[in-house]
Write a protein that binds this ligand. Sequence first.
Ligand SMILES: [Zn+2]
Ligand SMILES: [Zn+2]
Length: 217
Amino acid sequence: MDLNLICYKCGASSKDKKFVDYLCIDCFINERKKRIPDELSIKICKICGKMKVSTWTRDIEKIKEELTKKFSKYNPISINIKEDEVIITFFDNVEFDKNIKIRREYTLCEVCSKVRNKYYEAIIQIRKKEEKVKETKMKIEEEKLEEIKDEVIKLLKNKTFITKIEKLKFGYNIYVGSAKDILPLISKLKIPLKITRKLYGESAGKKIYRTTFLLRV
Ligand SMILES: [Zn+2]
Ligand SMILES: [Zn+2]
């Protein structure tokens, strides 16, 4: 028996076109596309350029992963990120693409806003012993301190962020935005270390501590 279907949206006949669920394939796809948002908002950091769908990142693969999650109920199978839009291929009985416009929201990422506010949770103090030494020896000590300062900066890079560096008569202060990764990193220097932690204040019901790491050179 030859069952002839007529699309109730456009009047096309199943003799001419593939049908899905009593609709011609084009009308079926249009209906599915309507359920998927036309726009998508992505935050962009004005300073460092990192992007955020759900977490701040520069990694396009990570953004694709998060978009896949975001659109998971529509069953995305591939994502292509362009300048002003993302083209997502979905599968629901058939494969189809939808171009979703990117709405950019320029803001500051967590790290850049903390740096801008000179926020810090820790100070790394690099100090030499406060004793009088000969002019020539002093130069060697200064160089040694600077070397250690550079070493500390190198160790912290990419793991946490530095908001300020001060040069003092007897050494350096390095202000660090997040205290949590510091200890394992600077322990690598194998320099005697003294740690003190003080309650600094409260913000949004959360206690804020400031930790001082003293490196005695
Ligand atoms: Zn139709
Ligand atoms: Zn940033």
